[in-house]
Design a protein around this ligand. Structure first.
Ligand SMILES: Cc1cc2nc3c(=O)[nH]c(=O)nc-3n(C[C@H](O)[C@H](O)[C@H](O)COP(=O)(O)OP(=O)(O)OC[C@H]3O[C@@H](n4cnc5c(N)ncnc54)[C@H](O)[C@@H]3O)c2cc1C
Length: 329
């Protein structure tokens, strides 16, 4: 059976990697001339190792601690002995994984009446899976994010997350081989986001870029076995983490294909689905009440370790009740 995957991001490449050497003949079509070109802060949380081997040479650093800021004020700082995650060189990671699968660059694909077309020519495939990221999502399912790469000399083991009482969104400073990646994303105008970004920027700006990020949780209409990754909505809405959940969605897709199971059922039964939808409901509630007060309260009062568990999608019902009260369930 020939499977065509459109999109060579973490979701598309990892799905091809999971299906390598199986009964499926898989090709990944990437529209650009290289992988990993989309702006991203390259943070990947721990747990990813249970799904995919990160090529060693693509690991820039191990994250051992984090700080949380509210309106520019430090409210918690945690340092662990064990790692919380990694900063990876995402293009290098995807290139290395891409070398092990049939990846075709410069191959912008279109689907016309269910037929896959490349440069106007029909490409035969028994199944087409869309891993096209935010590119295939409408604006109302995504938020804008802006990011600078600066030469700020930044601790490679730390990450900073910023939250604001006047912005439903988040900011970050992550270590980077060039210094630091500093960004802000949220439900606001680009001008406002840009102002917030300026307020946390330090160092000389080397790169300015931006992209949209899915922020509405899993898109139910797309749970039909044809979508994986951010194109399906697999981004944690409160933090913007999309690499690891996209790879996990591909693992679930690979398992469903190999076992002949219904992807939508398998996905809906997963911890990933449940935790993504809880994140999305926190954002929806904040949007509906037009206030970030409940998120603020959690950040100010809760045990920082519990906040991290929530941020990482590694929480249970009891954790949620401790954080938000029973109304969240
Ligand atoms: C500024 C910013 C910072 C971020 N930082 C982080 C972070 O630190 N950690 C984290 O976990 N997440 C982060 N994210 C989110 C993360 O980048 C994405 O959620 C993740 O890359 C999604 O993976 P994906 O494979 O589903 O989609 P993508 O990575 O978007 O890959 C989709 C690919 O499909 C290709 N494509 C699209 N249409 C076509 C077509 N028609 N034909 C062929 N190819 C096509 C695109 O060129 C792209 O390469 C960030 C996002 C932004 C915007």
């Amino acid at each position: 059976m020939r499977i065509a995957i459109i999109g060579g991001g973490p979701a598309g490449i990892s799905l091809a990697w999971f299906l390598k050497g199986t009964k499926f003949d898989v090709t990944v079509y990437e529209g650009l001339d290289d992988v990993g070109k989309k702006p991203c802060a390259w943070g990947v949380l721990r747990g990813i190792e249970n799904y995919i081997e990160i090529p060693k040479e693509s690991i820039y650093s191990e994250i051992k601690g984090f700080r949380i800021f509210l309106d520019g004020k430090l409210i918690s700082e945690v340092r662990e002995r064990s790692k919380l995650g990694y900063i990876v060189d995402k293009p290098l990671m995807l290139r290395r994984l891409g070398e092990k699968v049939d990846l075709r660059l410069n191959s912008k694909a279109v689907l016309e009446n269910g037929k896959l077309k490349l440069n106007g020519k029909i490409e035969e495939a028994d199944k087409v899976i869309l891993a096209t990221g935010h590119y295939s999502l409408s604006k109302d399912l995504t938020i804008p994010a802006l990011q600078y790469v600066t030469d700020l000399n930044y601790d490679p083991e730390m990450v900073d997350m910023y939250f604001y009482s006047d912005l439903l969104g988040y900011g970050w400073i992550f270590p980077d081989p060039l210094g630091a990646k500093i960004g802000v994303g949220g439900y606001s105008s680009l001008e406002f986001i840009s102002e917030k970004l300026k307020s946390i920027t330090s160092g000389k700006i080397l790169v300015r870029h931006g992209a949209r990020v899915a922020d509405f949780g899993v898109i139910e209409e797309r749970l039909n076995g044809n979508y994986i990754g951010e194109a399906l909505g697999t981004v944690y809405a409160v933090t913007g983490e999309g690499i690891r959940p996209s790879i996990i969605s591909s693992k679930i897709m690979a398992h469903s294909l190999l076992e002949g199971k219904d992807f939508s059922k398998e996905f809906r039964n997963s911890k990933l689905y449940w935790s993504l939808q809880i994140h999305a409901s926190v954002i929806k509630r904040a949007k509906a009440s037009n206030s970030v007060k409940s998120l603020e309260k959690v950040l100010l009062r809760a045990d920082p370790k519990l906040v991290v568990k929530f941020a990482m999608g590694d929480f249970g019902k009891l954790d949620l009740i401790k954080l938000f009260g029973s109304a969240i369930l």
